[in-house]
Ligand binder design. Sequence first.
Ligand code: FRU
Length: 497
Amino acid sequence: SIVEKLYRPNFHFTPKANWMNDPNGMFYLNGKYHLYFQYYPDGNVWGPMHWGHAISKDMVTWEEQPIALYPDEIGLIFSGSAVVDKNNTSGFGKDGITPIVAIYTYHNMQGEKDGRLDFQTQAIAYSLDEGMTWTKYDKNPVIPNPGIKDFRDPKVIWDDSSNKWIMSLAAGNKIMFYSSLNLKDWKFESEFGEQLGAHGGVWECPDLFPMKVEGSDETKWVLIVSINPAGPNGGSAAQYFVGDFDGKSFTPNEKFLNQLQHHKAIWLDYGRDNYAGVTWSNIPESDGRRLFIGWMSNWDYARDVPTFKWRSSMTVARELKLIESNQSYYVQSLPVNEVYNYVEKEIEKDSVNPTELSALFNTAKINMAKLNLQFDLKNLKDANYSFILSNKEGDTLALGLDNENNEFYLDRTKSGKVNFSEKFAPHVSKVKVSEKLQNLKVQILLDKTSIEVFYNNGETVMTELFFPNQPLDTFSIHSDDKTFKIENLKIQEFKFK
Ligand code: FRU
Protein backbone atom coordinates (compact mmCIF):
# COMPACT_ATOMS: atom_id res chain seq x y z
CA SER A 1 0.00 0.00 0.00
CA ILE A 2 0.97 3.64 -0.27
CA VAL A 3 1.32 4.00 3.50
CA GLU A 4 3.53 0.93 3.60
CA LYS A 5 5.76 2.31 0.87
CA LEU A 6 5.98 5.81 2.25
CA TYR A 7 6.09 5.09 5.99
CA ARG A 8 7.32 1.56 6.76
CA PRO A 9 10.84 2.21 8.11
CA ASN A 10 13.85 0.86 6.23
CA PHE A 11 15.89 0.00 9.30
CA HIS A 12 13.91 0.57 12.47
CA PHE A 13 12.03 -2.34 13.94
CA THR A 14 8.25 -2.39 13.44
CA PRO A 15 5.88 -5.31 14.02
CA LYS A 16 4.39 -6.59 10.75
CA ALA A 17 0.98 -5.57 11.98
CA ASN A 18 -0.75 -3.91 14.90
CA TRP A 19 0.23 -2.01 17.98
CA MET A 20 3.60 -1.94 19.73
CA ASN A 21 4.95 0.13 22.62
CA ASP A 22 7.84 -0.38 25.08
CA PRO A 23 10.85 -2.63 24.41
CA ASN A 24 10.87 -5.45 26.99
CA GLY A 25 13.00 -8.35 28.17
CA MET A 26 16.06 -7.69 26.00
CA PHE A 27 18.88 -10.19 26.38
CA TYR A 28 21.75 -11.51 24.27
CA LEU A 29 22.56 -15.19 23.93
CA ASN A 30 24.54 -17.33 21.48
CA GLY A 31 24.91 -14.70 18.79
CA LYS A 32 21.34 -13.47 19.01
CA TYR A 33 19.88 -10.26 20.36
CA HIS A 34 16.38 -10.75 21.67
CA LEU A 35 13.84 -7.97 21.77
CA TYR A 36 10.41 -8.39 23.28
CA PHE A 37 7.87 -5.62 23.18
CA GLN A 38 4.51 -4.47 24.48
CA TYR A 39 2.18 -5.78 21.83
CA TYR A 40 -1.54 -5.82 21.08
CA PRO A 41 -2.06 -8.34 18.28
CA ASP A 42 -5.72 -7.51 17.64
CA GLY A 43 -5.58 -3.84 16.76
CA ASN A 44 -3.41 -0.87 16.01
CA VAL A 45 -4.11 1.10 19.14
CA TRP A 46 -3.13 0.07 22.68
CA GLY A 47 -5.12 -2.92 23.98
CA PRO A 48 -4.63 -5.97 26.24
CA MET A 49 -0.88 -6.36 26.37
CA HIS A 50 1.20 -9.35 25.27
CA TRP A 51 4.95 -9.62 24.80
CA GLY A 52 5.77 -9.73 21.10
CA HIS A 53 9.22 -11.01 20.15
CA ALA A 54 11.91 -10.34 17.55
CA ILE A 55 15.44 -11.66 17.05
CA SER A 56 18.44 -10.07 15.39
CA LYS A 57 22.06 -11.01 14.85
CA ASP A 58 23.15 -7.39 14.78
CA MET A 59 20.36 -5.21 16.28
CA VAL A 60 19.70 -3.78 12.82
CA THR A 61 17.85 -6.46 10.85
CA TRP A 62 15.08 -8.03 12.92
CA GLU A 63 12.96 -11.10 12.46
CA GLU A 64 9.63 -11.12 14.19
CA GLN A 65 8.81 -14.29 16.14
CA PRO A 66 5.62 -15.80 17.54
CA ILE A 67 4.13 -13.99 20.55
CA ALA A 68 6.07 -14.85 23.70
CA LEU A 69 3.67 -14.08 26.55
CA TYR A 70 -0.13 -13.94 26.53
CA PRO A 71 -2.39 -12.32 29.12
CA ASP A 72 -4.05 -14.77 31.53
CA GLU A 73 -6.50 -14.83 34.43
CA ILE A 74 -4.16 -12.77 36.64
CA GLY A 75 -3.80 -9.98 34.13
CA LEU A 76 -2.25 -8.35 31.11
CA ILE A 77 1.51 -8.65 30.56
CA PHE A 78 3.04 -5.21 31.06
CA SER A 79 6.68 -4.15 30.68
CA GLY A 80 9.62 -5.92 32.24
CA SER A 81 13.01 -7.48 31.67
CA ALA A 82 14.74 -10.84 31.19
CA VAL A 83 17.97 -12.31 32.54
CA VAL A 84 20.08 -15.31 31.63
CA ASP A 85 20.27 -17.29 34.88
CA LYS A 86 23.68 -18.92 34.27
CA ASN A 87 24.04 -20.40 37.76
CA ASN A 88 20.46 -21.62 37.82
CA THR A 89 19.76 -19.61 40.98
CA SER A 90 16.06 -19.91 40.20
CA GLY A 91 16.18 -23.69 39.93
CA PHE A 92 14.14 -23.45 36.72
CA GLY A 93 17.04 -24.97 34.75
CA LYS A 94 16.73 -28.64 33.80
CA ASP A 95 19.20 -31.16 32.37
CA GLY A 96 21.96 -28.58 32.30
CA ILE A 97 19.90 -26.11 30.28
CA THR A 98 20.35 -22.49 31.39
CA PRO A 99 17.01 -20.88 32.11
CA ILE A 100 16.12 -17.42 30.84
CA VAL A 101 13.92 -15.71 33.39
CA ALA A 102 11.50 -12.93 32.45
CA ILE A 103 10.32 -10.55 35.15
CA TYR A 104 7.22 -8.60 34.19
CA THR A 105 4.21 -6.73 35.58
CA TYR A 106 0.73 -8.18 35.73
CA HIS A 107 -1.96 -5.58 35.20
CA ASN A 108 -5.36 -6.68 36.44
CA MET A 109 -8.04 -4.80 34.50
CA GLN A 110 -10.90 -5.78 36.80
CA GLY A 111 -8.96 -4.50 39.80
CA GLU A 112 -8.41 -1.22 38.02
CA LYS A 113 -12.11 -0.95 37.08
CA ASP A 114 -13.11 -1.64 40.66
CA GLY A 115 -11.03 1.35 41.73
CA ARG A 116 -8.54 -0.73 43.73
CA LEU A 117 -4.92 0.39 44.13
CA ASP A 118 -3.31 -3.05 44.09
CA PHE A 119 -3.97 -4.14 40.49
CA GLN A 120 -0.30 -4.22 39.41
CA THR A 121 2.02 -6.98 40.70
CA GLN A 122 5.37 -8.45 39.62
CA ALA A 123 5.65 -11.95 38.18
CA ILE A 124 8.16 -14.27 36.52
CA ALA A 125 8.25 -16.81 33.71
CA TYR A 126 11.08 -18.96 32.39
CA SER A 127 12.26 -20.31 29.08
CA LEU A 128 14.39 -23.38 28.43
CA ASP A 129 14.62 -22.85 24.67
CA GLU A 130 16.46 -19.55 24.40
CA GLY A 131 13.42 -17.35 24.80
CA MET A 132 11.12 -18.95 22.22
CA THR A 133 8.53 -20.38 24.61
CA TRP A 134 7.84 -19.50 28.22
CA THR A 135 6.36 -21.15 31.28
CA LYS A 136 4.83 -18.85 33.87
CA TYR A 137 5.86 -19.55 37.46
CA ASP A 138 3.04 -21.32 39.32
CA LYS A 139 3.39 -19.16 42.43
CA ASN A 140 3.00 -15.77 40.76
CA PRO A 141 2.97 -12.97 41.69
CA VAL A 142 6.43 -12.84 43.27
CA ILE A 143 5.93 -9.27 44.52
CA PRO A 144 2.42 -8.43 45.66
CA ASN A 145 1.21 -4.87 45.50
CA PRO A 146 1.84 -2.86 48.70
CA GLY A 147 -0.95 -0.38 47.94
CA ILE A 148 0.70 1.71 45.23
CA LYS A 149 -1.37 2.42 42.14
CA ASP A 150 1.46 2.65 39.58
CA PHE A 151 3.74 -0.23 40.52
CA ARG A 152 5.44 -1.69 37.50
CA ASP A 153 8.17 -2.29 34.92
CA PRO A 154 10.70 -4.46 36.85
CA LYS A 155 14.23 -4.31 35.43
CA VAL A 156 16.59 -6.89 36.90
CA ILE A 157 20.39 -7.10 36.81
CA TRP A 158 22.93 -9.37 38.45
CA ASP A 159 25.08 -7.29 40.83
CA ASP A 160 28.58 -8.75 41.11
CA SER A 161 29.48 -6.78 44.24
CA SER A 162 26.54 -7.78 46.40
CA ASN A 163 26.11 -11.15 44.69
CA LYS A 164 22.41 -10.60 44.27
CA TRP A 165 19.81 -9.93 41.69
CA ILE A 166 18.73 -6.29 41.93
CA MET A 167 15.38 -5.09 40.67
CA SER A 168 14.47 -1.48 39.92
CA LEU A 169 10.75 -0.89 39.91
CA ALA A 170 8.71 2.20 39.08
CA ALA A 171 6.36 3.08 41.92
CA GLY A 172 4.30 6.22 41.34
CA ASN A 173 6.76 9.09 41.50
CA LYS A 174 9.78 7.14 42.72
CA ILE A 175 11.89 4.04 42.09
CA MET A 176 11.93 1.11 44.51
CA PHE A 177 14.86 -1.33 44.68
CA TYR A 178 14.49 -4.97 45.62
CA SER A 179 17.05 -7.78 45.91
CA SER A 180 16.84 -11.54 45.48
CA LEU A 181 19.03 -14.64 45.47
CA ASN A 182 16.72 -16.78 43.36
CA LEU A 183 14.48 -14.39 41.36
CA LYS A 184 11.48 -15.75 43.29
CA ASP A 185 11.83 -14.24 46.76
CA TRP A 186 12.31 -10.50 46.74
CA LYS A 187 13.31 -8.19 49.57
CA PHE A 188 12.59 -4.47 49.51
CA GLU A 189 15.85 -2.51 49.92
CA SER A 190 15.26 1.19 49.39
CA GLU A 191 13.59 3.85 47.33
CA PHE A 192 14.83 6.81 45.35
CA GLY A 193 13.80 9.96 43.63
CA GLU A 194 10.68 11.40 45.17
CA GLN A 195 12.40 14.78 45.56
CA LEU A 196 14.77 14.64 42.58
CA GLY A 197 14.66 15.06 38.83
CA ALA A 198 11.60 15.70 36.71
CA HIS A 199 8.16 15.02 38.15
CA GLY A 200 4.72 16.04 36.95
CA GLY A 201 4.16 12.69 35.33
CA VAL A 202 4.27 9.08 36.43
CA TRP A 203 7.69 7.39 36.59
CA GLU A 204 8.01 4.29 34.42
CA CYS A 205 10.50 1.78 33.01
CA PRO A 206 13.60 2.28 35.19
CA ASP A 207 16.97 0.74 34.39
CA LEU A 208 19.92 0.70 36.83
CA PHE A 209 23.39 -0.45 35.76
CA PRO A 210 27.10 0.19 36.39
CA MET A 211 29.25 1.89 33.76
CA LYS A 212 32.97 2.59 33.44
CA VAL A 213 33.64 6.29 33.11
CA GLU A 214 35.37 6.72 29.72
CA GLY A 215 39.12 7.11 29.99
CA SER A 216 39.29 6.11 33.68
CA ASP A 217 38.97 3.11 35.98
CA GLU A 218 36.11 4.66 37.85
CA THR A 219 32.71 2.97 37.87
CA LYS A 220 29.50 4.89 38.37
CA TRP A 221 25.91 3.74 38.31
CA VAL A 222 23.37 5.10 35.89
CA LEU A 223 19.64 5.06 36.59
CA ILE A 224 17.37 5.72 33.64
CA VAL A 225 13.81 6.75 34.49
CA SER A 226 11.11 7.36 31.92
CA ILE A 227 8.40 9.86 32.74
CA ASN A 228 5.03 10.55 31.18
CA PRO A 229 4.02 13.33 30.73
CA ALA A 230 6.42 16.21 31.56
CA GLY A 231 9.21 15.50 29.08
CA PRO A 232 11.43 18.48 28.14
CA ASN A 233 9.50 19.12 24.93
CA GLY A 234 6.16 17.66 25.96
CA GLY A 235 4.74 14.23 26.73
CA SER A 236 6.91 11.17 27.30
CA ALA A 237 10.69 11.21 27.74
CA ALA A 238 13.56 9.52 29.57
CA GLN A 239 15.73 11.22 32.20
CA TYR A 240 18.71 9.73 33.98
CA PHE A 241 20.69 10.00 37.21
CA VAL A 242 24.35 9.21 37.87
CA GLY A 243 25.59 8.02 41.25
CA ASP A 244 26.63 5.01 43.31
CA PHE A 245 24.85 1.82 44.28
CA ASP A 246 25.95 -0.29 47.25
CA GLY A 247 23.69 -3.30 46.75
CA LYS A 248 20.95 -1.58 48.73
CA SER A 249 20.52 2.03 47.79
CA PHE A 250 21.29 4.46 45.02
CA THR A 251 23.06 7.68 46.03
CA PRO A 252 23.23 10.41 43.41
CA ASN A 253 26.67 11.87 42.78
CA GLU A 254 27.45 15.34 44.20
CA LYS A 255 28.51 16.80 40.88
CA PHE A 256 25.48 15.34 39.22
CA LEU A 257 23.25 16.88 41.90
CA ASN A 258 24.84 20.24 41.12
CA GLN A 259 23.78 19.87 37.51
CA LEU A 260 20.28 19.00 38.62
CA GLN A 261 20.09 22.29 40.49
CA HIS A 262 20.66 24.14 37.23
CA HIS A 263 18.62 21.95 34.94
CA LYS A 264 16.04 20.13 37.10
CA ALA A 265 16.50 17.02 34.98
CA ILE A 266 19.08 15.58 32.59
CA TRP A 267 17.56 13.79 29.63
CA LEU A 268 18.82 10.89 27.61
CA ASP A 269 17.12 12.35 24.57
CA TYR A 270 15.64 15.82 24.11
CA GLY A 271 13.48 14.91 21.13
CA ARG A 272 9.90 13.78 21.54
CA ASP A 273 10.19 10.19 20.37
CA ASN A 274 12.41 8.07 22.55
CA TYR A 275 10.49 6.56 25.43
CA ALA A 276 10.61 3.60 27.83
CA GLY A 277 14.09 2.68 26.61
CA VAL A 278 16.20 0.18 28.55
CA THR A 279 19.40 -1.81 27.99
CA TRP A 280 20.25 -5.37 27.00
CA SER A 281 21.24 -7.95 29.58
CA ASN A 282 23.91 -10.64 29.24
CA ILE A 283 26.14 -8.76 26.79
CA PRO A 284 29.44 -10.71 27.00
CA GLU A 285 32.27 -9.06 28.94
CA SER A 286 34.46 -9.39 25.85
CA ASP A 287 32.04 -7.02 24.12
CA GLY A 288 31.50 -4.78 27.14
CA ARG A 289 29.07 -2.38 25.55
CA ARG A 290 25.97 -0.97 27.23
CA LEU A 291 23.32 -1.34 24.54
CA PHE A 292 20.03 0.51 24.52
CA ILE A 293 16.85 0.69 22.48
CA GLY A 294 13.79 2.90 23.01
CA TRP A 295 10.21 3.06 21.80
CA MET A 296 10.25 5.71 19.08
CA SER A 297 6.99 7.41 19.96
CA ASN A 298 5.23 9.48 22.58
CA TRP A 299 2.01 8.78 24.50
CA ASP A 300 0.84 12.26 23.45
CA TYR A 301 0.01 10.99 19.94
CA ALA A 302 1.28 7.39 19.55
CA ARG A 303 -2.28 6.18 18.85
CA ASP A 304 -2.82 8.75 16.12
CA VAL A 305 0.22 8.52 13.86
CA PRO A 306 -0.79 7.84 10.22
CA THR A 307 0.54 4.30 9.84
CA PHE A 308 -2.45 2.04 9.69
CA LYS A 309 -1.38 -1.54 9.50
CA TRP A 310 1.16 -1.27 12.30
CA ARG A 311 1.82 1.41 14.87
CA SER A 312 5.17 2.40 16.29
CA SER A 313 8.79 1.53 15.71
CA MET A 314 11.86 1.32 17.90
CA THR A 315 14.80 3.75 17.84
CA VAL A 316 18.04 2.60 16.29
CA ALA A 317 19.93 0.44 18.83
CA ARG A 318 22.42 2.68 20.62
CA GLU A 319 25.61 2.29 22.54
CA LEU A 320 25.71 4.30 25.75
CA LYS A 321 28.91 5.72 27.20
CA LEU A 322 29.48 7.55 30.45
CA ILE A 323 31.77 10.56 30.30
CA GLU A 324 32.98 13.07 32.83
CA SER A 325 32.83 16.58 31.42
CA ASN A 326 31.73 20.04 32.41
CA GLN A 327 32.09 19.09 36.08
CA SER A 328 29.53 16.33 35.92
CA TYR A 329 28.79 12.94 34.40
CA TYR A 330 26.89 12.54 31.17
CA VAL A 331 25.52 9.61 29.24
CA GLN A 332 26.33 9.81 25.55
CA SER A 333 24.43 7.77 22.99
CA LEU A 334 25.45 6.85 19.48
CA PRO A 335 24.07 4.34 16.96
CA VAL A 336 25.60 0.87 17.37
CA ASN A 337 28.54 0.24 15.02
CA GLU A 338 26.68 -2.63 13.36
CA VAL A 339 24.64 -0.03 11.48
CA TYR A 340 27.67 0.87 9.36
CA ASN A 341 27.94 -2.68 8.03
CA TYR A 342 25.04 -1.70 5.80
CA VAL A 343 26.74 1.26 4.13
CA GLU A 344 26.54 0.85 0.37
CA LYS A 345 27.46 4.26 -0.93
CA GLU A 346 29.83 6.66 0.76
CA ILE A 347 30.91 10.18 -0.04
CA GLU A 348 33.51 11.90 2.05
CA LYS A 349 34.70 15.45 1.46
CA ASP A 350 36.65 18.06 3.31
CA SER A 351 35.74 21.69 3.35
CA VAL A 352 32.46 21.77 1.48
CA ASN A 353 30.89 25.05 0.52
CA PRO A 354 27.19 25.30 1.48
CA THR A 355 26.28 26.01 -2.14
CA GLU A 356 28.05 22.86 -3.33
CA LEU A 357 26.08 20.79 -0.90
CA SER A 358 22.68 20.50 -2.60
CA ALA A 359 24.34 19.81 -5.92
CA LEU A 360 26.27 17.01 -4.31
CA PHE A 361 23.07 15.38 -3.07
CA ASN A 362 21.45 15.74 -6.48
CA THR A 363 24.25 14.39 -8.62
CA ALA A 364 25.00 11.50 -6.29
CA LYS A 365 21.28 10.62 -6.12
CA ILE A 366 21.28 9.95 -2.42
CA ASN A 367 18.26 8.23 -0.94
CA MET A 368 17.67 10.22 2.21
CA ALA A 369 15.32 7.62 3.68
CA LYS A 370 18.27 5.41 4.66
CA LEU A 371 21.07 7.71 5.42
CA ASN A 372 23.81 8.54 7.86
CA LEU A 373 25.03 12.10 7.52
CA GLN A 374 27.95 13.53 9.46
CA PHE A 375 29.67 16.89 9.38
CA ASP A 376 31.61 19.34 11.51
CA LEU A 377 31.35 23.08 11.75
CA LYS A 378 34.28 25.07 13.12
CA ASN A 379 34.87 28.62 14.39
CA LEU A 380 31.21 29.22 15.02
CA LYS A 381 29.87 32.75 15.43
CA ASP A 382 26.93 34.02 17.48
CA ALA A 383 24.66 32.94 14.68
CA ASN A 384 21.97 30.59 13.59
CA TYR A 385 23.05 27.42 11.77
CA SER A 386 20.21 25.50 10.23
CA PHE A 387 20.14 22.17 8.44
CA ILE A 388 17.10 21.70 6.28
CA LEU A 389 15.57 18.61 4.74
CA SER A 390 12.78 19.18 2.27
CA ASN A 391 10.91 18.03 -0.83
CA LYS A 392 9.10 19.63 -3.76
CA GLU A 393 5.81 19.33 -1.89
CA GLY A 394 7.16 22.00 0.45
CA ASP A 395 7.52 19.70 3.46
CA THR A 396 10.47 20.79 5.56
CA LEU A 397 12.20 19.37 8.56
CA ALA A 398 14.57 21.91 10.06
CA LEU A 399 17.12 21.52 12.77
CA GLY A 400 20.27 23.10 13.99
CA LEU A 401 22.00 25.35 16.41
CA ASP A 402 20.94 28.80 17.47
CA ASN A 403 24.29 29.87 18.82
CA GLU A 404 23.03 33.29 19.81
CA ASN A 405 20.49 31.90 22.25
CA ASN A 406 22.48 28.77 23.02
CA GLU A 407 20.02 26.17 21.88
CA PHE A 408 19.60 23.25 19.56
CA TYR A 409 16.25 22.94 17.87
CA LEU A 410 14.28 20.48 15.81
CA ASP A 411 11.30 21.80 13.90
CA ARG A 412 8.79 19.37 12.40
CA THR A 413 5.88 21.81 12.37
CA LYS A 414 5.91 21.90 8.54
CA SER A 415 7.21 18.39 7.93
CA GLY A 416 4.12 17.02 6.14
CA LYS A 417 1.22 15.33 7.89
CA VAL A 418 1.04 16.95 11.31
CA ASN A 419 -2.69 17.51 11.87
CA PHE A 420 -3.57 13.97 12.94
CA SER A 421 -3.00 15.15 16.51
CA GLU A 422 -2.86 18.63 18.04
CA LYS A 423 -0.08 17.35 20.24
CA PHE A 424 2.20 16.17 17.44
CA ALA A 425 3.79 19.43 16.37
CA PRO A 426 2.44 22.36 18.38
CA HIS A 427 5.91 23.87 18.71
CA VAL A 428 9.59 23.55 17.88
CA SER A 429 11.56 21.21 20.16
CA LYS A 430 14.48 22.87 21.89
CA VAL A 431 17.34 22.15 24.22
CA LYS A 432 19.59 24.65 25.97
CA VAL A 433 23.33 24.33 25.46
CA SER A 434 25.24 25.42 28.54
CA GLU A 435 27.96 27.37 26.72
CA LYS A 436 28.59 29.10 23.41
CA LEU A 437 29.81 26.48 20.99
CA GLN A 438 32.97 27.07 18.99
CA ASN A 439 32.77 23.78 17.17
CA LEU A 440 29.95 21.43 16.37
CA LYS A 441 29.85 17.81 15.33
CA VAL A 442 26.57 16.67 13.84
CA GLN A 443 25.41 13.15 13.07
CA ILE A 444 21.98 12.60 11.58
CA LEU A 445 20.42 9.20 11.03
CA LEU A 446 17.49 9.31 8.67
CA ASP A 447 14.80 6.79 7.88
CA LYS A 448 11.49 7.32 6.08
CA THR A 449 9.72 8.70 9.14
CA SER A 450 12.37 9.34 11.74
CA ILE A 451 15.33 11.56 12.42
CA GLU A 452 17.88 10.80 15.13
CA VAL A 453 20.30 13.65 15.71
CA PHE A 454 23.48 13.11 17.71
CA TYR A 455 25.33 16.32 18.49
CA ASN A 456 28.95 16.26 19.69
CA ASN A 457 29.40 12.48 19.87
CA GLY A 458 25.95 11.92 21.26
CA GLU A 459 26.17 14.28 24.23
CA THR A 460 22.92 15.84 23.12
CA VAL A 461 20.43 13.66 21.26
CA MET A 462 17.13 14.53 19.59
CA THR A 463 14.92 11.80 18.15
CA GLU A 464 11.69 12.66 16.37
CA LEU A 465 9.16 11.24 13.96
CA PHE A 466 7.80 12.99 10.88
CA PHE A 467 5.38 11.99 8.14
CA PRO A 468 6.16 13.76 4.87
CA ASN A 469 3.72 13.74 1.94
CA GLN A 470 6.57 12.56 -0.27
CA PRO A 471 10.08 11.43 0.66
CA LEU A 472 12.44 14.21 1.67
CA ASP A 473 15.07 14.50 -1.04
CA THR A 474 16.91 17.77 -0.55
CA PHE A 475 19.41 18.74 2.10
CA SER A 476 20.90 22.17 2.65
CA ILE A 477 22.72 24.16 5.30
CA HIS A 478 22.10 27.84 5.97
CA SER A 479 23.53 30.46 8.25
CA ASP A 480 23.65 34.19 8.78
CA ASP A 481 27.35 33.60 9.37
CA LYS A 482 28.44 33.97 5.76
CA THR A 483 31.94 32.67 6.24
CA PHE A 484 31.20 29.21 7.59
CA LYS A 485 32.40 26.04 5.94
CA ILE A 486 31.34 22.43 6.32
CA GLU A 487 34.30 20.34 7.42
CA ASN A 488 34.63 16.61 6.96
CA LEU A 489 31.31 15.92 5.33
CA LYS A 490 30.40 12.25 5.25
CA ILE A 491 27.33 10.89 3.52
CA GLN A 492 26.59 7.20 3.91
CA GLU A 493 23.68 5.58 2.17
CA PHE A 494 22.61 2.22 3.52
CA LYS A 495 21.35 -0.82 1.72
CA PHE A 496 19.10 -3.31 3.44
CA LYS A 497 18.25 -6.83 2.22
C1 FRU B 1 5.25 2.75 29.42
C2 FRU B 1 4.13 1.89 29.98
C3 FRU B 1 4.64 1.02 31.11
C4 FRU B 1 3.67 -0.12 31.11
C5 FRU B 1 3.39 -0.29 29.64
C6 FRU B 1 1.99 -0.75 29.33
O1 FRU B 1 5.05 3.18 28.13
O2 FRU B 1 3.06 2.72 30.41
O3 FRU B 1 4.74 1.69 32.34
O4 FRU B 1 4.20 -1.27 31.68
O5 FRU B 1 3.61 0.97 29.03
O6 FRU B 1 1.85 -1.08 27.99
